[in-house]
Design a binder for this molecule. Structure first.
Ligand code: SAM
Ligand code: SF4
Length: 327
């Protein structure tokens, strides 16, 4: 079992398969995008599987493919099929902006992907293209539809809450999610990367909860939905479930069960700090045994920090956007 020095059990790996993205969400990625890495500077599928096998031996059960935009990684369904073969991995999840999902949902399902989260901040096409700088809402909606049609369930809809952008869509988004049988989750805007400069747009997720309570009857969902930190409520009138990820206003660091692996093989213990240690060199060194990789990962987890320090400088050094960390 993989435990850090604060006795937190680490069982969830967020695996970034690329830093690149086809959108430029204002709080995540600068307009110029990510610097494209040379092919030899990112983990191959075989190397990814070797590292994930090590995590699985140490007790990780859930792997989430993320990025950047994971669907941009060439041949992703092949990686999904390879990861499915790893003993101990029970769930293989995907977080996507949905742009390419319509064309790939069926293949991903066939390859053995377990579940899909789609990130969508607004139902207004114009606002969508402003937030993402050029995205087309219709493509994401088609992606959600395709994912549902091929049988992914439940599909979660991740919405970053932003004052002045989507705080007027609380009800529209909830009704949309209820109609489409999606689980809506409000994510607080984090002061990470370009998100640092948008703090005037921050609203605590409790604000959404209060607005919803003015109109609907909500009660705690009770059961756990996945391995993430979201807090869920039932909305009786709509027979829907809504979740809140309040990493800023009510940190849940003491329950943190996750670790991140970047596309170039760095293990990052917390979103809030840039520092990370690489596995690439060890993976490519002739004679490296599986036990060497297991040992290095276990040592990296031992120094996992206790919390994100309120995302405050100078402790919080996260200058890179989420696209480079894996969200
Ligand atoms: N491209 C995929 C997507 O958008 O879902 C996967 C990667 S993206 C980095 C993962 C998540 O990070 C997205 O759901 C997005 O909402 C979230 N994210 C990025 N920057 C953020 C920020 N500054 N605050 C809160 N959430 C952020
Ligand atoms: Fe791309 Fe996801 Fe970042 Fe938006 S949040 S820029 S879709 S990586």
């Amino acid at each position: 079992m993989l435990c850090d020095s604060y006795q937190r059990k680490i069982e969830y790996l967020r695996l970034s398969v690329t830093d690149l993205c086809n959108l430029r969400c204002r709080y995540c990625m600068p307009l110029e995008g990510a610097v494209k890495k040379e092919r030899e500077d990112i983990l191959s599928f075989e190397e990814i599987c070797r590292v994930v096998s090590a995590f699985a031996r140490l007790g990780v059960k859930t792997v989430r493919l993320t990025g950047g935009e994971p669907l941009l990684r060439k041949d992703l369904p092949r990686l999904v099929a390879m990861l499915r073969e790893i003993p101990g991995i029970e769930e293989l999840l995907l977080t996507t902006n949905g742009v390419l999902l319509a064309g790939m949902a069926a293949e991903l399902k066939r390859a053995g992907l377990t579940r899909v989260n789609v990130h969508l901040d607004t139902l207004n096409a114009e606002k969508f293209s402003q937030i993402t700088r050029w995205g087309r809402l219709a493509e994401v909606l088609a992606g959600i539809k395709a994912a549902r049609e091929v049988g992914f369930s439940p599909i979660k809809l991740n919405v970053v809450l932003m004052k002045g952008w989507n705080d007027g869509e609380i009800e529209d988004l909830l009704r949309f999610a209820a109609d489409e049988n999606l689980i809506l989750r409000w994510i607080e805007l984090m002061p990470i990367g370009p998100g640092k400069d948008l703090q005037e747009n921050f609203l605590p997720s409790a604000w959404v909860l209060e607005r919803l309570r003015e109109k609907y009857h909500l009660s705690p969902y009770g059961k756990r939905l996945g391995r993430g930190p979201a807090e869920y409520f039932k909305v009786f009138e709509l027979n829907a479930v809504v979740g809140f990820i309040h990493a800023v206003s009510q940190p849940f660091c003491e329950q943190c069960n996750r670790v991140r692996l970047s596309a170039d093989g760095r293990v990052q213990d917390c979103l809030a700090y840039d520092e990370s240690e690489g596995l690439l060199e060890l993976l490519r060194r002739p004679g490296t045994e599986d036990s060497d990789i297991d040992g290095k990962i276990a040592r990296m987890i031992q120094v996992k920090r206790p919390d994100h320090g309120g995302f405050l400088m100078p402790a919080c050094t996260a200058t890179a956007g989420m696209y480079g960390i894996g969200g």
